[in-house]
Write a protein that binds this ligand. Structure first.
Ligand SMILES: NC(=O)c1ccc[n+]([C@@H]2O[C@H](COP(=O)([O-])OP(=O)(O)OC[C@H]3O[C@@H](n4cnc5c(N)ncnc54)[C@H](O)[C@@H]3O)[C@@H](O)[C@H]2O)c1
Length: 276
């Protein structure tokens, strides 16, 4: 099994790391050599730490080849796309992948909020396109939503399922609907929590305590929003609102204001809470 990963940003580098750890020959494609090298450096760093902690014995970074040329993915069995979350660049990439990859290669997208069916529609072989929605951070989070688009074949779906299992993930089979499973439920739920903040005039710390101790949540909603990133949540919320037009999906104004002010949570040191 040879894997291709297109885009070695946050998610693509995590997926490539998993592949190397699993012992799969992998080709990673980035826009520039520098971006590829940066990703490989991060992967090597994380895997070395796992060796130091005794979580793995060793790894072979040589399993990961870097390229900027898409045609180097010609002999991959499966290609996972993890580029920017925008429809047109993804459709262009899939049309190009269809041209360069083997006719029996499975083409997967890691999109969170776009329609896998629309991405597949950019190819003339949509039956080999599936969604493989990893969670962030990909090496640590076990679920993977395996998304069947309208025309996905059983063969492609099962190949992707087997790959997900091989990468140590717990695949969840679902169809191509906005937000798939977790985001479809979690995004409106977090939005409700944020609205309650203002309606009930409760503090973020009290709301978090209420949901942790009253509902058994491992993290409070404000802690979770800070961890996910306020901007990431607002973006996903807007995408669901646009597709489903259910008022609960629309991002609460308080979160939009926080995103505009740069209060993005842990990554900027300030969100609902302040971080060192
Ligand atoms: N970050 C998350 O929490 C998360 C979780 C699940 C899924 N996703 C999805 O994964 C995808 C990637 O997200 P990310 O957060 O890793 O983004 P990112 O911005 O960290 O990485 C995207 C990378 O793709 C590269 N790229 C762009 N166009 C390319 C092309 N044509 N060929 C090769 N490389 C290209 C960019 O240089 C960048 O390094 C998106 O579809 C996103 O919705 C993200």
């Amino acid at each position: 099994m040879k894997l291709g990963v297109v885009g070695l940003g946050t998610m693509g580098a995590g997926i490539a790391q998993l592949a190397v750890e699993t012992g799969l020959e992998t080709v990673g494609r980035e826009m520039t050599d520098e971006l590829g090298e940066t990703a490989r450096g991060r992967i090597e760093h994380f895997l070395s730490r796992k060796v130091e902690k005794g979580q793995i014995d060793s790894f072979e970074i040589e399993l990961l080849a870097l390229t900027t040329d898409l045609s180097d993915l010609a002999d991959c069995d499966v290609v996972i796309e993890a580029i920017v979350e925008e429809l047109e660049p993804k459709r262009e990439l899939f049309a190009e992948l269809e041209r360069v990859c083997r006719p029996d290669a499975v083409l997967a997208t890691n999109t969170s909020a776009l329609s896998v069916t629309e991405i597949a529609g950019a190819t003339s072989t949509p039956e080999r396109v599936v969604g493989m929605h990893f969670f962030n951070p990909a090496p640590l989070m076990s679920p993977l939503e395996l998304v069947r688009a309208e025309l996905t074949s059983d063969d492609a779906f099962e190949t992707a399922y087997a790959l997900a299992e091989r990468l140590g993930k717990q695949p969840i089979r679902c169809h191509d609907t906005p937000g798939f499973v977790v985001n479809r439920i979690l995004i409106p739920l977090l939005n409700d929590c944020i609205r309650v903040l203002d309606e009930a005039r409760v503090t973020p710390a009290d709301l978090d305590a209420a949901m942790k101790h009253g509902a058994g949540w491992p993290l409070g909603p404000c802690e979770l929003a800070d961890l996910v990133g306020i901007d990431v949540h607002v973006h996903a919320s807007e995408a669901l609102w646009e597709k489903l037009r259910e008022p609960r999906m629309a991002p609460p104004p308080r979160l939009v204001a926080m995103a505009n002010a740069g209060l993005l949570g842990r990554k900027t040191g300030r969100g609902f809470y302040t971080y060192e």
